[in-house]
Structures are given as structure tokens and as C-alpha cells.
Write a protein that binds this ligand. Structure first.
Ligand code: CAA
Length: 282
């Protein structure tokens, strides 16, 4: 496996491109927006600088890694020699299904098609292709260059062979892959999102304030970020959409999104990306 195409150059896409390029893979980074691609390359360079300043990457390795990333705005050009495609586009079901329909036409028949989706069914995505055994979830965590986990999600039809290839590949990226089956929220978000939702309910019901809730979880449970800060970091719109997937998928009221979260998202308070959520960002 040598040629990796990454679709989407937002936070997750640029982090995924960063990690593959750093580990010697040839990366095609694809986005419809040239401006977004330029921003992504600048972000990757800046994040590699952090590694250089910490001594975990040399300046020469950084330059070589950046030279392995080629930007593309046309899907057909960016995937034509891919061994693996990792889709990290916006978390929108019809958009993802459309991308996978196109990938199935455009990518080499041997290519593995992976999605970085945080909650959309891999089985459903695979079903719009003619190669469901070669479709798999490769769920990286933000910030991708730092977090060790890759949640590897087997769709209903994903083959053992493809799963093994993706597990090995994740290890080659110095990550720890964990194999899980395709049910709503997989494992990461099935456990994380109810905790975040409960923290929002705790605020909503006036049990404690924002910094008190986060301090309890940071100092009491050794979490690097409190749940409300983490929700801002992930994006409140993303948290809401994952909770909806859990709520719809299991039909269990315990996953019902807190009305405060719904209101904040409707008002445009989406966390770090919009400048304000539970905290303010300048
Ligand atoms: N690229 C490269 N390096 C980065 C980086 C990036 N984007 N962001 C941070 N770093 C590095 C820093 O340079 C620093 O390196 P050293 O340890 O070598 O000094 C290290 O990461 C820690 O960063 P900071 O010192 O700046 O800040 P911190 O100690 O507060 O850590 C954090 C920041 C790593 C984000 C930490 O707060 C954390 O782990 N937070 C929780 C993150 C988390 O839970 N992520 C999962 C979210 S859920 C998700 O992604 C999936 C989903 O489906 C919703």
C-alpha cells in the first residue's frame, strides 16, 4: 500500500493527510475548494512545526513529508491510482453516499474505500458500492497527529482480509487500532456522547456552572479536557448530529439530546469553530 487519497481537507482530513505523509505514504489531498486546500497545507506545516520544536520530527523529515502531499480539486484525478481512499468530508449522509457512489466508479477496482465517519453506518455506505467487502470505517480522533486511537469499523460485509490490512496499516502509522462492529455510534461515540450530553443536562438543570463541571471531570477523573470544553472542540453541531444518530438508531430516550444543546446549535453557537459555545474563543 503506497498511494493514499484523502477526501476533505478540514480538521480531520488535514490531520489524516499529515499522519500518512509523515509515515512515508504518497498522499493525494482532495477538496472542492482551492482555498481550503491551501489552508490545510498551511495547517499541516504548522502542526509539523510543533513536532519539529518538540524534537519528534526533523526539519528534513517535515520537508519530505510535505512534498509527499499533492492537492487536487477533481475527485477523478485525485483517486485514479489510489490503493486506499479515506473519506473525511462533512458528516452528511447524502453527501457521503454520493461520494462513495462516485468513488466506486473512479477508483481502481482493487482500492479499499474507508470512511472517517464518526457515526454514519458503514454498512449503509458500503451498500451503495459494488465492492462492499472493501468498504470499512477508519475513525481517527482529533487532533489526529496526537491521538493514538483508530477505531476500525467493520461493516456487515467487510471482509476479514480488508480488516486485517487496515489494522496493520494503522499500526504502521504508529496508531493503536481497535476493531469494532457497525452499530450506532460504534464504540467511541456511543460512550463519549452520552457523557457530553449528561454534562450539558447538568448545566441545563443548574446543578453547576461550565467551569465547575469541567473541573470536576478534569481533576476528578483525569480527563485532559472537561466534557463541555471537549464538546466545543468537537463542534456542538457534530455532537448533536451524533446524538441524533444514537437516539434514532436505538430508539432509546436516554440518548435524547439536551434541549440546551439543540438551542445552542440552532442559534449558531457551535463551539471553537463558530467562536463561541460553552466558552468564548477569540
Ligand atoms: N498536531 C500536532 N501536534 C499537536 C496538535 C496537532 N494538531 N495539537 C496538539 N499537539 C501536540 C502539542 O504540540 C503537544 O506536544 P508535546 O506533548 O510533545 O508537548 C501535545 O500535543 C499536547 O498539546 P498542548 O500542550 O498544546 O495542549 P494540551 O496538553 O492541552 O493537549 C490535547 C491538547 C492533545 C488536544 C488534549 O487536550 C486532549 O487530549 N484533549 C482531548 C482530545 C480528545 O478527546 N479527542 C477526541 C475527540 S472525539 C473525536 O475526535 C471523534 C469524534 O468522532 C467526535
Amino acid at each position: 500500500m503506497k498511494f493514499i487519497s484523502v477526501i476533505g481537507s478540514g480538521t480531520m482530513g488535514n490531520g489524516i493527510a499529515h499522519v500518512f505523509a509523515q509515515h512515508g505514504y504518497q498522499v493525494s489531498l482532495i477538496d472542492i475548494s482551492t482555498i481550503q486546500l491551501e489552508k490545510a497545507l498551511a495547517t499541516i506545516s504548522k502542526n509539523m512545526d510543533r513536532q519539529v520544536s518538540k524534537g519528534s520530527l526533523t526539519e528534513a523529515d517535515k520537508d519530505a513529508a510535505l512534498a509527499r502531499i499533492t492537492p487536487f480539486t477533481e475527485l477523478s484525478d485525485g483517486v485514479k491510482q489510489a490503493d486506499l481512499i479515506v473519506e473525511a468530508a462533512t458528516e452528511n449522509m447524502s453527501l457521503k453516499l454520493d461520494i462513495f457512489r462516485q468513488l466506486d466508479q473512479l477508483a481502481p477496482s482493487s482500492a479499499i474505500l474507508a470512511s472517517n465517519t464518526s457515526s454514519i453506518s458503514i454498512t449503509k455506505i458500503a451498500a451503495v458500492t459494488k465492492r462492499p467487502t472493501q468498504v470499512i470505517g477508519m475513525h481517527f480522533m482529533n487532533p489526529v497527529p496526537v491521538m493514538k486511537l483508530v477505531e476500525v469499523i467493520r461493516g456487515y460485509a467487510t471482509s476479514d482480509e480488508v480488516t486485517e490490512i487496515i489494522m496493520d496499516l494503522s499500526r504502521n502509522l504508529s496508531k493503536e487500532p481497535v476493531e469494532v462492529n457497525d452499530y450506532p455510534g460504534f464504540v467511541a461515540n456511543r460512550i463519549l456522547m452520552p457523557m457530553i450530553n449528561e454534562a450539558i443536562y447538568t448545566l441545563f438543570e443548574g446543578v453547576a456552572g461550565v467551569s465547575e463541571i469541567d473541573t470536576v471531570m478534569k481533576l476528578g477523573m483525569a480527563h485532559p479536557m472537561g466534557p463541555l470544553q471537549l464538546a466545543d472542540f468537537i463542534g456542538l453541531d457534530v455532537c448533536l448530529s451524533i446524538l441524533k444518530v444514537l437516539h434514532d438508531g436505538f430508539g432509546n430516550p436516554k440518548y435524547a439530546p439536551c434541549p440546551l444543546l439543540v438551542n445552542m446549535v440552532e442559534a449558531g453557537f457551535k463551539g471553537v469553530k463558530s467562536g463561541e459555545g460553552f466558552y468564548q474563543y477569540s
